[in-house]
Write a protein that binds this ligand. Structure first.
Ligand code: GDP
Ligand code: IMO
Ligand code: MG
Length: 423
């Protein structure tokens, strides 16, 4: 069977930490979408590690890890990440497998991402500039290159043809700011391609289905968040993949009947990095306080994350889209220092209250309707059991689960591996 773990907001919910916590219970951890735009932070023996393309199960001896076909893999970022992990004593040749149908990101994808963002000016998406959008465009446009192609003798020719197409596209953009970088990126790329060829490349769909038939337990690890889903997120301010549970089937090659639990991860508040609508965003000192208390700076780009209160309207939507069966609430400890905490229970748009996401939020004047909760103003990071948490926090958690109709099974009260409380 397959359990799915995914982010229910705009990313950075703490998925990496939670996958690492659960990993010991699974035989396989599999990434099904996204690429090096992801930054999943774990603490291993007290040391901080940020994973980008590699699943967050790599630090468990009994777990193997699969990069599924739905991922877009940048050989350069992958090599760097692999070397960092190997330096921690992990042998990736034993516990990491890559689906041969995984699309690759080439240097000119990164150039196109950058050129497109520059051309958009004030309307830019705030992309991580890792080449994600252009790589998925080539996948659906049927031009892409896959890991299986990297293994073929003809790879250099295939690459040259794709690069030529990209150079034609780039000629329509002003790339004067970074045109010199492209040649340097290409030199690194060919080095990284050699490295990629040394990895375990498999027919991912057969690999995972054989494991499932043998009774193995799989955890599918989502990247980004449901509100960044290309179909249902705050389009066009989204990423380019399906981040909801539906993405698991085509991102790994499994049938929906295998999926059992869908574990949704949400912060006790809300953040977003990059542009796009964010109804509960706080532009005031409280927003600053959340950023400082939660250390809300991007794991990939270092950008300050935008902060605000938890948005139950959006969470209700994303629980519905993925069929979430249980919730993990992270970063509850960050709210310790607030006298009052708030949860958005409806949107007011043109004087009308609604609990539904409108067609699009861009350009709409949305006033969040809040329910206020008393704060607990005591430190919770050292609590070892759910019952030790202050009553005010418990009633906040139970209001969230009541609104969403989904149980909160765990509360995470700190970034450390053992800072998690089962309810
Ligand atoms: P991901 O992309 O969903 O894996 O999340 P990120 O790693 O980008 O961001 C989550 C950040 O919050 C990381 O710095 C984590 O170390 C940290 N974190 C995770 N869970 C908790 C928690 O319960 N409390 C606190 N204070 N920090 C947490
Ligand atoms: P994890 O897995 C938060 C955001 C970017 C930008 C938009 C599109 O760590 O939760 P892209 O590079 O995909 O073209 O960017 O999506 N974004 C993320 N925000 N966490 C992420 O991943 C993100 N991956 C992309 O900031 O707004
Ligand atoms: Mg992240």
């Amino acid at each position: 069977m397959v359990d799915v773990l995914l982010g229910l907001q705009w990313g950075d919910e703490g998925k990496g930490k939670i996958v690492d916590y659960f990993a010991g219970k699974y035989d396989v951890i599999a990434r099904f979408q996204g690429g090096p735009n992801a930054g999943h932070t774990l603490y291993v023996n007290g040391q901080k590690v940020v994973l980008r393309t590699i699943p967050s199960g790599v630090f468990h001896d009994s777990t193997i890890n699969l990069i599924g076909n739905g991922v877009v893999l940048d050989p350069v970022a992958f090599q760097k990440e692999s070397q960092d992990i190997s330096a921690l004593g992990i042998d990736l040749t034993k516990n990491l497998f890559i689906a041969e149908k995984t699309h690759i990101i080439v240097p000119t994808h990164r150039a196109l991402d950058k050129a497109s963002e520059i051309a958009k000016g004030n309307d830019k998406i705030g992309s991580t500039l890792k080449g994600i959008g252009p790589a998925y465009m080539d996948k659906t446009g049927r031009n892409g290159l896959r890991v299986g192609d990297v293994m073929s003798a003809d790879f250099e020719n295939l690459y040259a043809k794709l690069k030529q197409k990209h150079l034609e596209l780039l000629s329509h953009f002003d790339i004067s700011e970074f045109s010199d970088d492209i040649a340097a990126w290409e030199a690194e790329f060919f080095e990284a391609v050699k490295f990629l060829r040394t990895m375990n490349v498999v027919a991912g769909e057969y690999f995972i289905n054989e494991k499932l038939k043998a009774g193995k337990k799989v955890l599918a690890e989502g990247a980004q968040g449901s509100m960044l889903d290309v179909d249902f997120g705050t389009y066009p301010f989204v990423t380019s993949s399906n981040t909801i549970s539906a993405g698991v089937c085509n991102g790994l090659g499994i049938a929906p009947q295998w999926i059992k639990e869908v574990i949704g991860v949400t912060k006790a508040y809300c953040t977003r990095v990059g542009s796009g609508p964010f109804p509960t965003e706080l532009h005031d000192a409280t927003g600053e306080q959340l950023r400082a208390a939660g250390h809300e700076f991007g794991a990939v780009t270092g950008r300050p994350r935008r902060c605000g209160w938890i948005d139950l309207v959006a969470l209700n939507y994303t629980c519905m889209l993925s069929g979430v069966t249980q919730l993990v609430m992270t970063k509850s400890d960050v709210l310790d220092e607030f006298d009052e905490v708030y949860a958005c229970t409806a949107y007011e748009i043109n004087g009308q209250q609604t609990k539904q996401l409108p067609f699009q939020l861009n350009g709409l004047d949305v006033t969040p309707v809040y329910e206020k909760f008393p704060g607990w103003t005591e430190k919770t990071a050292t609590c070892k059991q759910f019952n030790e948490l202050p009553n005010e926090m418990k009633s906040f958690v139970s209001s969230v689960e009541k609104y969403l109709g989904v149980p909160v099974k765990y509360v995470s009260n700190g970034p450390g591996r053992d800072q998690i409380l089962e309810k």
